[in-house]
Design a protein around this ligand. Structure first.
Ligand code: GLA
Length: 380
């Protein structure tokens, strides 16, 4: 990918570009907890976005996407937002940098990625983090990594219509080879946990389904959580985020909020605790508990948070039937992947069964990705 990008940059712009990269992410546990002020437990992966970039001395950005084989040019003012959705991510990152007092002028760029799109591996966060990092560097801005992650998050909010939390951009910026990172999304305190589960493999099974309206359904979940937190706050003013609430406090308001909001909140409060339980279990090398928590998360995401789908539930059930240690839908949901913690000796038979049975039922094959936990945003 590196040579291809550099070569393309030369042929399009007639000079050399500097190379930057950022990664997609996995999340072992802690889903839909980030915007509720809870914990997440992600890591960056060995798939991401790479960009060659160079200041061009004008007030225009010229961006070429290798994957779309498309060139887009845009200015840096609010009204210059490009039509192409991929270019909006880059435009958003420029605008959000400017809003934070950073310098951004015209630049040329060529970029490509190998994060599967729509698989829940945060290809968009990789794109945002790659450009946030690169722009910060080439224009000599001194924004720190958290600020760069927030630039990506605000890009989603203000230019892409998704009211996401900070997890994906955080993982993409802070990723470290061989480590998962537990982040407290309220205080932004974080801790690296070496993750090398001997005797197990982490494998993603991509259902290859992507549901329409995923972003409006996502935003709606977030709204439900905020409603529940507001109701609890009446009795317990210390509840800033839903993650601050005790389960019994939620029960107190059950009659006052719609059943749907209650179920969403029930899931979130359970999930925040599960992240802590998984971190403790990991420190003891207790992978059975880690796996059991993953199944509980799947149950919650499917039945309470309602962000799973038939294909993902099927994959989860099959994993359970085959005694896979842990399995659950990963990321925002509404399609995408399951993440599975599989014993070495079960790996081959599990993959074979998944391919055969999933294809027989849904008439298309799933995709399998082995993940390596890798570094986040960087200059190459
Ligand atoms: C998406 C969002 C994240 C997070 C996850 C669910 O990936 O971008 O902020 O909310 O969904 O955990």
């Amino acid at each position: 990918m590196k040579e291809q990008i550099l070569e393309k940059f030369r042929s399009v712009f007639g000079c050399e570009g500097e190379l930057y990269a950022a990664s997609g992410r996995v999340n072992l546990i802690g889903e839909h907890t980030d915007y509720n002020g809870g914990y997440v437990f992600p890591g960056a992966i060995d798939k991401g976005i790479m960009a060659a970039i160079r200041v061009n001395g004008t007030d225009k950005v010229r961006a070429f996407s290798v994957d779309y084989n498309e060139m887009v040019e845009f200015g840096l003012n609010e009204e210059d937002k490009p039509r192409q959705s991929w270019a909006c991510y880059i435009f958003g990152v420029c605008r959000e940098t400017i809003k934070r007092g950073g310098k951004v002028e015209g630049f040329d760029t060529v970029f490509a990625g190998d994060v599967p799109l729509g698989a829940g591996l945060s290809s968009s966060a990789a794109l945002e983090s790659c450009f946030a990092y690169a722009i910060n560097d080439i224009f000599g801005n001194k924004l720190d990594l958290f600020e760069l992650a927030k630039i990506g998050q605000s890009t989603e909010h203000n230019y892409c219509g998704v009211k996401c939390g900070i997890m994906d951009q955080f993982a993409s910026c802070f990723g470290k080879k061989g480590c998962l990172i537990r982040l407290n999304c309220k205080t932004l305190e974080y801790k690296y946990f070496p993750f090398n589960p001997e005797g197990y493999r982490l494998v993603l099974v991509d259902s290859c389904v992507k549901h329409e309206l995923a972003s409006s359904a996502y935003n709606k979940r977030r709204q439900s959580c905020e409603n529940a937190a507001a109701a609890i706050r009446v009795n317990h003013p210390e509840v800033e985020f839903l993650s601050d609430a005790k389960r019994v406090w939620l029960d107190e308001v059950r009659e006052q909020i719609p059943e749907e909001d209650f179920l969403r909140a029930e899931y979130v409060i359970g999930e925040v605790q599960r992240v802590l339980d998984v971190c403790d279990a990991l420190e003891r090398g207790d992978y059975e508990t880690v796996g059991e928590m993953m199944y509980q998360t799947h149950f919650g995401m499917s039945k309470l948070y309602e962000v799973s789908c038939e294909e993902l539930d099927f994959l989860n059930k099959l994993a359970r039937k085959m005694d896979v240690t842990g399995s659950r839908v990963m990321g925002g949901g509404f399609g995408g992947c399951t993440i599975n913690l599989v014993k070495d000796e079960l790996y081959e038979p599990f993959i074979a069964a998944v391919k055969e049975q999933f294809t027989a039922k849904f008439n298309h094959a799933p995709k399998i990705y082995d993940v390596v936990i890798s570094d986040g945003a960087r200059k190459i």
